[in-house]
Design a protein around this ligand. Structure first.
Ligand code: SF4
Ligand code: SF4
Length: 270
């Protein structure tokens, strides 16, 4: 999660438009966590999880034996693994470019965590900067300076070591962004709601602590709230004004954030 946030910060410092968010599955200590990052040259309006990534980064190599990490990875995409193995020995579909970096060794060498619990984020991000070319090493190191709370010199060095030592299977253009020509083209936001599964069968209202209240006197009926609600919890009255379906609204506040005239207020539940 931290690596994903730092990646997004680095992309921002590179002048790009980033987005980063985690996905928590089983809520217990030690359970695998997935974090997503999108990077684009224009504002990102999609807020869905990423099903077909250009790049998959695996910080814990043990996951390769338990989790189908390359599911959905695009043909020609990159699988970067924290591993001592050469990339040729990482099991992955033939259509996928593989890279490895011994981020655990790098982290321990710089005093970042311990051999049993190394903190590998910055070494992996350095490796990612070189292998995928989606951010520069300079931006990664500036993000470390601005957002990492401690051990900044050590983290900077770890990112440099990751950058220098990452190995790619197959021919590599040294220092060049090898994936640049493969990255996803700009995405066009569809006209309808972005929710992939309406919450009518999920009843997410039980999660809500804040309720969206629409101040209709300022509403321009632009429909943005409807478009961006991840649970398809917004309908319309006969005059075209939005109506929140409170049975299905989980109170995430995305509608309020996306409403251009800031017509929606998130109000604490009584
Ligand atoms: S707060 Fe808004 S965006 Fe979030 S679920 Fe409720 S209506 Fe949808
Ligand atoms: S986004 Fe705001 S202005 Fe647009 S329809 Fe929804 S409440 Fe009204």
């Amino acid at each position: 999660m931290i690596a994903s946030e730092l990646l997004a910060q680095a992309a921002f410092l590179d002048g790009r438009e980033p987005q980063s968010f985690p996905f928590f599955g089983v809520e217990r200590r030690g359970a695998p966590v997935t974090a997503f990052a999108r990077i684009d040259d224009r504002p990102i309006q999609l807020r869905t999880s990423i099903e077909h990534p250009d790049v998959v980064v695996v910080l814990d190599p043990g996951l390769l034996h338990t989790t189908p990490v390359t599911d959905g990875l695009k043909e020609g995409g990159l699988l970067l693994v924290n591993s001592r193995l050469p990339p040729e020995e990482v099991v992955a579909p033939a259509s996928v470019r593989r890279a490895t970096v011994d981020a655990t060794r790098i982290a321990v060498a710089h005093g970042l965590g311990t051999a049993s619990t190394p903190i590998v984020n910055t070494a992996v991000l350095g490796a990612l900067a070189k292998a995928a070319g989606v951010v520069t090493l300079d931006a990664v190191q500036r993000a470390i300076d601005q957002f990492v709370p401690g051990h900044r010199p050590e983290n900077r060095l770890a990112s440099s070591d990751g950058y220098e030592s990452v190995r790619l299977a197959g021919p590599m253009e040294h220092g060049a962004p090898v994936l640049a020509h493969r990255l996803t083209p700009l995405i066009t936001v569809p006209e309808g709601p972005l929710a992939t599964r309406p919450s009518s069968d999920l009843h997410t209202a039980a999660w809500r602590t804040l309720t969206p209240v629409v101040h209709l006197e300022k509403c321009t009926r632009c429909n943005f709230c409807w478009k961006f609600c991840p649970d398809d919890a917004i309908g319309f009255d006969s005059n075209g004004f939005p109506v929140i379906r409170l049975d299905y609204c989980k109170g995430c506040g995305i509608c309020a954030a996306e409403c251009p005239p800031r017509t929606i207020e998130m109000v604490a539940e009584a």
